[in-house]
Design a protein around this ligand. Structure first.
Ligand SMILES: [Zn+2]
Length: 145
């Protein structure tokens, strides 16, 4: 008997993550994005931005857009694919926010989020100026202007 192998659809791939909510990674207007598979109420913990904790000096040496500086000494390098939150896109009109608690980086909702809605947060001015400004912001708000 021949078994038919199902092709793995990369966009439906299950990602390991530490969220209490069901989330998926799918194509969005700005590449891949993270979407809610269920409603999420305002002010809920969604995900931790996980990665390797490295000294800022090492972060400066490495470079890259997945570096998240947490204080004057430490940075989290979230380039690892296990870090689901690296797929969360920037928006100028976000429904999530990101904050540091000690050495943890926490992403939580600041609005009620519907099923199927993309999770987005504001990456901040420094990132925006370095990586987004030149090619133009592709968030919902900027595209509708
Ligand atoms: Zn924008």
């Amino acid at each position: 008997m021949i078994k038919i192998r199902k092709k793995m659809n990369t966009h439906q791939k299950k990602y390991k993550h530490n969220s209490p909510f069901s989330l998926s990674v799918k194509r969005s207007k700005s590449g891949l994005g993270v979407f809610a598979n269920e409603p999420i109420r305002k002010k809920k913990f969604i995900l931790e931005y996980s990665g390797e904790l490295i000294p800022n000096q090492e972060a400066d040496r490495r470079g890259g857009r997945y570096l998240f500086k947490i204080n004057s000494r430490w940075t989290v390098d979230g380039r690892n694919r296990d870090n689901l939150s690296r797929y969360i896109n920037h928006s100028c009109k976000p429904n999530c926010e990101v904050e540091t608690r000690g050495k943890k980086i926490i992403i939580s909702s600041i609005k009620n989020i519907c099923t199927g809605e993309e999770l987005v947060y504001d990456y901040g001015k420094e990132y925006f100026d370095e990586y987004i400004k030149l090619s133009g912001c592709r968030c919902k708000r900027c595209l509708n202007h």
